[in-house]
Design a protein around this ligand. Structure first.
Ligand SMILES: Nc1nc2c(ncn2[C@@H]2O[C@H](COP(=O)(O)OP(=O)(O)OP(=O)(O)O)[C@@H](O)[C@H]2O)c(=O)[nH]1
Ligand SMILES: C=C(OP(=O)(O)O)C(=O)O
Length: 229
């Protein structure tokens, strides 16, 4: 089955360029382990790379974003992200996801900073812009987060100028971010909330409309193993 890429090229440009967005990407060989074998005939690293490439592409296309910082030790991710116009930083020596977010946030050039997971292949720039705009509304000096579709994880954490990002990503991170004082953003942003950890998530993202990198893999006769999308 041919899987169309998300057609968001004509989304309106309405926001100001005020955000730095940090996107950490694990080394492809160990990334997205729950998705291993999800697409028959597609090398796992190629799928992990496509998810990240579509995420970065959408962030770069978001009208509100001035600077995209991809934190990775993977040379293939670095090449694709750099080619898409992101700044690429090596992983933090401290290691781990939250250290990568802190490392990227420390390299931001001021203004609002967001951390975003790199597994959002259906992400639409207009939805990201809407979430970032919502983050800028409301009480001053408070971090905001967007929970994933199931509600337990986090896809986006945002900090106002001068406020540390203080990321608490990992299992149960939505509750961890709330407990740390961050406010939940409640908008209807299905493509932003649709992180892809499992084959079921990939099918759900496909229904929303995949970015071109992931769509090319899913459209090459490689439907998620054991199901139709
Ligand atoms: N730079 C960097 N990125 C990371 C690290 N750990 C996770 N990430 C990224 O953070 C995002 C969210 O992490 P997960 O959804 O748990 O992804 P994952 O660890 O690749 O997937 P699983 O192996 O299935 O848990 C993904 O985009 C990962 O690439 C890390 O240590 N360094
Ligand atoms: C790291 C996270 O992602 P996931 O639960 O998708 O692994 C998170 O939600 O904080």
């Amino acid at each position: 089955m041919r899987v169309p890429a998300a057609g968001w090229q004509d989304d309106e440009v309405t926001s100001q360029l005020v955000w730095s967005v940090v996107v950490p990407v694990k080394r492809l060989g160990v990334a997205k382990s729950r998705l291993r074998g999800a697409l028959r005939g597609v090398p796992h690293e190629g799928l992990a790379l496509a998810l990240a490439a579509d995420t970065v592409r959408a962030v770069r296309a978001c009208a509100a974003v001035a600077d995209v910082l991809v934190v990775t030790d993977d040379p293939r991710v670095a090449a694709v992200a750099g080619g898409a116009g992101a700044r690429v930083l090596p992983d933090s020596p401290a290691g781990g996801l939250n250290a990568a977010f802190r490392h990227g946030a420390a390299a931001a050039r001021g203004g609002w900073v967001a951390g975003l997971t790199a597994d959002l292949p259906a992400l639409r720039p207009a939805e990201l812009a809407a979430a970032l705009g919502a983050a800028q509304a409301g009480p001053a000096g408070v971090r905001r987060y967007v929970a994933d579709a199931p509600g337990s994880g986090t896809v986006l954490l945002a900090a106002p100028p001068g406020v540390p990002l203080d990321p608490r990503f990992g299992v149960g991170s939505a509750a961890a971010h709330a407990a740390s004082g961050a406010l939940a953003l409640v908008g209807d942003w299905p493509s932003l909330r649709r992180d892809v950890d499992t084959v079921e998530d990939l099918a759900a993202a496909t229904r929303l409309g995949l970015g071109p990198h992931t769509a090319a893999l899913c459209g090459a006769g490689a439907a998620p193993a054991g199901r139709h999308v």
